[in-house]
Design a protein. Structure first.
Length: 623
């Protein structure tokens, strides 16, 4: 009886060994087959990106234009490309776009620049104007710029307006709706859910917390928002009017005015755009295809015109391994983009520790003689902001001047980390200021009481047992408010000391109020108006540099990650593009509105200041 189980055991053991060996062999075959495929692709010169002669460079914009991309695993990126899966939140780097246009200007193979912005989701006005300036510079070469699409959103049309010719589909549309700031308010919902929201803030105009304590926008917030939104809208109209040679007064800002013109166009938004001077011609996709073939010729394969896409042109002109001369003096650039959070954060978000490390890296590098802190942030953790600002002070103490360069946003915590710089540069349309502090602490004792859950006990102090399931002690609330008051005083004090203003002068323009860069310069919060290149030159001048390189200080990758990133980026060259100049993203839907509401919650929930004190401008973003 004992031999039978033993035999079965041996048979099963051998069977498992066979299965296990087969599994390993199969996995190894798949793995090495994949490596062989990559090697063959990477070493096959026939797949090299080639730029045709007499061709059109198609700037097929997509996703969001950013100062710094969020970190994406290179393996995930290549799989998305391989299986033609669209990125969930695609991003384009502003420096890449500008470099592509600059390179194409002097590239004899590029005959025409095509702007196809229809898949662009979002861009700040500052970034749009930077691209516009690059397009105008491109036109100095004498080459033509053409823009076309089925329909244009406001941001998309701003770019299109820089073209020599703008074409739109006869069934298309352009509607310039202006700028607005509308938020979702939750006070009544929180009351129905029996959630008690405890809010602590300083600043008459610090409206980031209003959705949790009101059901509408306060008059103070409306006043402040109206001012900076009007300034941005005036700037937008000025640039478009200049590009299209139309009158600024021709923009339709009332429903009545738009309706009258739309009736003249027999209800067609495309005809309305033509009659208003926003476009030059109405053309179908087929007519556009034929017109472009007439301009640059027919492609060798397929039925399209001779063209190269933005991505392919970028790959063809981008060195796989950037070369930095270690012997040349440097102006270091540290990008601070996104929400300011405590600790180490990936690129695309500002970490108190991780961004401080980048500044420290520049400070300890003997070849770095000056630093530009490029800020594109509405703020976040007050504690993390201070950790970063302290590194700015250490750079200055080391004899290395620091220039803060503001992009689309540098408000609240974004201004905090800029305040100690030797100079602050902003664009006229940077959204900045919002100098204020707040904290929030919700408690759920009433909601829990509804379902029969209660918290009780004893403690040795009033601070013991502080919990969201218990009412907030009034005296504890006073303690938190005192901390918030101190945080605000620290904020206006550092502004006062660094901007040569009295506390009273700072307080008068602080209070959480938002300003444009141009207005901030008038008020003394900004030194000069200009872009990143201007800030780099200013940093070099302060350091007395005549010959220098710029060095973008980034998070260091491991040797393995560096190898994978470069390998996968090279492999992407041989995969088909997922964007086509004749396909578009879906129109905004209810789902997007719901996601926006969820994101408003998330923008608060992700904040992780160890003291629960924040300097963030949630009101800065437009919709």
């Amino acid at each position: 009886m004992s031999e039978k189980p033993s035999v079965i055991k041996k048979v099963l053991k051998k069977l498992w060994a066979i299965i296990n060996t087969s599994r390993k062999v199969f996995l190894n075959l798949v793995f090495f087959g994949f490596l062989i495929f990559l090697y063959s692709v990477l070493t096959d010169d026939s797949h090299e990106v080639k730029i045709p002669n007499e061709t059109a460079l198609v700037l097929n914009f997509y996703g969001t234009i950013v100062e710094q991309k969020h970190e994406v695993d290179p393996a995930d990126a290549i799989m998305q490309e391989a299986f033609n899966q669209k990125e969930e939140n695609p991003e384009m780097l502003i420096t890449d776009i500008k470099n592509v246009i600059k390179t194409a200007k002097n590239d004899d193979r590029i005959k025409t620049l095509v702007l196809y912005p229809q898949n662009l989701k979002r861009a700040g006005l500052h970034h749009l104007q930077e691209i516009g300036a690059a397009i105008n510079d491109f036109k100095q070469s004498g080459k033509e710029v053409v823009a076309f699409g089925d329909y244009f959103s406001q941001d998309q049309y701003f770019l299109a307006s820089y073209a020599d010719k703008v074409w739109i589909n006869p069934e298309g549309a352009i509607v310039l709706e202006g700028f607005g700031r509308y938020r979702t308010y939750f006070k009544a919902a929180l009351e129905k859910l029996n959630v008690t929201q405890h809010v602590f803030k300083v600043g008459t105009y610090k409206s980031a917390v209003e959705p949790y304590i009101r059901d509408n926008m306060s008059e103070e917030a409306k006043e402040a928002n109206k001012e900076w939104l009007t300034q941005l809208w005036t700037s937008y109209k000025h640039d478009v009017a200049e590009n299209r040679n139309i009158d600024m007064n021709d923009f339709d800002e009332t429903a009545v005015g738009l309706l009258a013109k739309l009736e003249q166009a027999e209800g067609s938004f495309a005809v309305y755009a033509l009659q208003s001077g926003l476009v030059d011609e109405l053309r179908t996709r087929e007519q556009i295809r034929i017109a472009m073939i007439d301009k640059v010729g027919k492609a060798h394969a397929g039925d399209q015109y001779n063209q190269i896409s933005y991505k392919d042109y970028l790959k063809a002109n981008k060195a796989p391994f950037p070369v930095v001369n270690p012997m040349t003096d440097k102006v270091a650039i540290v990008v601070a983009k996104g929400t300011i959070l405590n600790g180490d954060q990936d690129p695309g978000t500002i970490g108190g520790d991780s961004t401080a490390k980048l500044l420290r890296k520049a400070r300890l590098n003997d070849k770095v003689k000056a630093v530009v802190l490029r800020v594109d942030s509405g703020g976040g953790s007050a504690y993390a902001s201070e950790i970063i600002r302290q590194e700015v002070e250490l750079l200055k103490a080391a004899g290395k001047p620091v220039i803060a360069s503001m992009a689309n946003y540098a408000a609240s915590g974004g201004y905090w980390i800029s305040a100690s710089a030797n100079e602050i540069w902003a664009s006229p349309n940077t959204i900045t200021g919002s100098i204020g502090i707040f904290g929030m602490f919700p408690t759920f004792e009433r909601a829990l009481d509804k379902i029969g859950i209660h918290t009780d006990g004893v403690g040795t102090t009033d601070l013991a047992g502080l919990s969201v399931s218990r009412p907030l002690n009034k005296d504890i609330g006073n303690i938190i408010q005192a901390s918030i008051n101190r945080g605000y005083k620290e904020f206006i004090t550092l502004v006062s000391e660094n901007r040569g203003m009295t506390l009273e002068e700072v307080d008068a323009i602080a209070q959480g109020r938002v300003w444009t860069g141009a207005k901030a310069q008038e008020l003394g919060l900004v030194d000069k108006l200009g872009n990143l290149d201007d800030a780099v030159i200013a940093a070099a001048d302060r350091a007395g540099l005549k010959v220098y390189d710029t060095w973008l200080v980034e998070k260091e990758l491991s040797a393995k990650d560096m190898f994978l990133r470069n390998m996968f980026e090279s492999a992407q060259t041989f995969l088909p593009e997922s964007e086509s100049p004749m396909t578009s993203l879906a129109n905004p839907t209810l789902k997007q509105r719901i996601m926006k509401m969820i994101n408003e919650f998330e923008s608060i929930n992700q904040l992780n200041d160890p003291r629960g004190i924040y300097s963030v401008c949630l009101t800065c973003e437009m919709n």
